[in-house]
Design a protein around this ligand. Structure first.
Ligand code: BES
Ligand code: MN
Ligand code: ZN
Length: 500
């Protein structure tokens, strides 16, 4: 990862120069100076290449003169905004990462857009290469210094600071999700949550003994087949109540916002075992928890003026002599009993107890859970949207808008009594699967039964991120692999509505 600096405009003597250009551009400022220094090679090259500044368009001019090894033009579209600046930064990264230094001629952009461009480049620069021992230096990125030349570098630097904290949260989530399942099991994942303490997050780890005493029967049923002990981690960021002079809002202050994540560090399916093909993907079955941890890191990292709690249920779903069987009946923390028809429908069992616990302990103002919950959501929405299920139109609308703003799209799915009927059991209060039709919806209905509304309404939303947690191809700001879907969305939700 390169150092990102904001500097006053000066023409680079060597290396790469990046020109973010909007449609209908004329070369000005540094770009114009560079063009003059190269005897007009830049204007001629862009013209010859048909570069128009369209969104996503890029053009590399090699050795145009003036000691520059390359000039990379990147399109901002007709009306540059934070999203297009971010995408331009992302598109730039792979085109300059082989150079030791690059200067971005961003004097034409305001501070917010310059910061967004840097943020996009950083997001795209992510790599998980700790297990590659034979990669040659020539295959690794060399960029050590990315200088953003701005007319107002201090303002751009200030605008970039919170984005940098969000990028840290995204990288943390991507690291967690990328780790192989022999390395990242529940205990290890809980230990990594401890790192948030240095950001000022209170971290509390519940092990099997505490979970048993508290009555987390549904979660423990999933965990019992694994040699690895389960954990539930509670993370608290008190940025409003301890936020100094204008922090807390005194008496009638509403409870914290609450984020809950499914953290199945590996999902074999248990006794209802999955087929071998592609099973390795199930290391990302903790991506909901990863997103919650990353979001907490982002909020704390930028000292958000909000009280937020993050809870993650960490288990490994394995088949063994101690594993739970199809037909078992477990007693959840809520007191409701569940007939486990399919041990591969384990995420909902984990969430059931953690959601119940979150509501009882924190009386939050709302709860959002994130989970790689169903293959059925991929059938419904592919990899373009995550499924959104909610009992609250206002929360659903805020989440959808936050997702659109940060490029993490949600699509609202239905809930309703008719679906809920599919969960009827002959022997217990419910069964854990509702059959193939509407599989994502019946899964959400199951979870909804563990949102305690006895003391009044509890706004809740469930994001099924099974299709969006992992990317098989690069996009502007998300290299293929773990996406950290949800980190930016939750951060934006808070920034837009629950701070200050
Ligand atoms: N973790 C899976 C869902 C999943 C599938 C995530 C593919 C990402 C990619 C979940 O625990 C699961 O196994 N769900 C079952 C539910 C079924 C047994 C009712 C499924 O989707 O098949
Ligand atoms: Mn499963
Ligand atoms: Zn799962």
């Amino acid at each position: 990862m390169p150092d990102i600096l904001f500097v006053k405009p000066t023409l680079p003597r060597a290396g790469a120069m990046v020109l973010p250009l909007a449609e209908g551009f004329t070369l000005s400022g540094l770009a114009r100076e560079a063009d003059e220094a190269t005897g007009g090679a830049i204007a001629r090259g862009l013209e010859a290449a048909g570069f128009k500044g369209k969104k996503g368009q890029t053009c590399t001019l090699w050795a145009p003169g003036g000691h520059l090894s390359r000039v990379v033009a990147v399109g901002l579209g007709a009306t540059p905004d934070e999203r297009s600046a971010e995408a331009a930064g992302g598109a730039t990264w792979p085109l300059v990462s082989a150079e030791p230094e690059a200067v971005v001629a961003a004097e034409g952009l305001n501070a917010a857009l310059a910061a967004a461009l840097a943020f996009g480049a950083r997001l795209r620069s992510y790599r998980f290469d700790k297990y590659r021992t034979k990669e040659g230096a020539e295959d690794k990125p060399k960029l050590v210094r990315l200088a953003i030349a701005s007319a107002e570098p201090e303002a751009a630097r200030a605008a970039h600071a919170p984005l940098s904290a969000v990028a840290d949260g995204v990288f943390l989530a991507r690291d967690l999700v990328s780790e192989p399942p022999n390395v990242l099991f529940p205990e290890e994942m809980a230990e990594r949550c401890r790192k948030l303490e240095k950001l000022g997050v209170e971290v509390e780890i519940l092990g099997p003994k505490a979970l048993k005493e508290l009555g987390f029967g549904a979660l423990l049923g999933v965990a019992q087949g694994s040699a690895r002990e389960p954990r539930v981690v509670v993370m608290q960021w008190k940025g409003a109540s301890q936020g100094g002079k204008n922090g807390g809002k005194g008496e009638g202050r509403a409870g914290p916002v609450a984020f809950i994540g499914k953290g199945v560090t590996f999902d074999t399916g248990g006794i209802s075992i999955k087929p071998a093909g592609g099973m390795e993907d199930m290391k990302f079955d903790m991506a909901g928890a990863g997103a919650v941890i990353g979001a907490m890191a982002a909020l704390a990292g930028r000292r958000a003026k909000v009280d937020a709690v993050g809870l993650v249920g960490l288990v490994e779903n394995m088949p063994s002599g101690t594993a739970q069987r199809p037909g078992d009946v477990v007693k959840s923390l809520s007191g409701q009993t569940v007939e486990v028809i399919n041990t591969d429908a384990e995420g909902r069992l984990v969430l059931a107890d953690v959601l119940w616990y979150a509501r009882e302990r924190f009386k939050p103002r709302f709860m959002v859970d994130l989970a790689t919950l169903t293959g059925a959501i991929i059938v419904a929405l592919g990899h373009e949207h995550a499924g959104l299920f909610s009992n609250d139109d206002d929360l659903a609308q805020k989440l959808t808008a936050a997702g659109t703003a940060v490029g993490e799209a949600l699509w609202r799915m239905p809930l309703g009594e008719a679906y809920d009927k599919a969960l009827k059991s002959d022997i217990a209060d419910m069964k854990n699967v509702g059959g193939r039709p509407g599989g994502s919806v019946t899964a959400a209905q199951f979870i909804q039964r563990f949102i305690d509304t006895r003391e009044g309404p509890m706004p809740w939303a469930h994001l099924d991120i099974a299709g969006t947690a992992w990317a098989t191809k690069d996009s502007a700001t998300v290299p293929k692999g773990a996406t950290a879907f949800g980190v930016r969305l939750l951060d934006r939700l808070v920034a837009g509505h629950y701070e200050g």
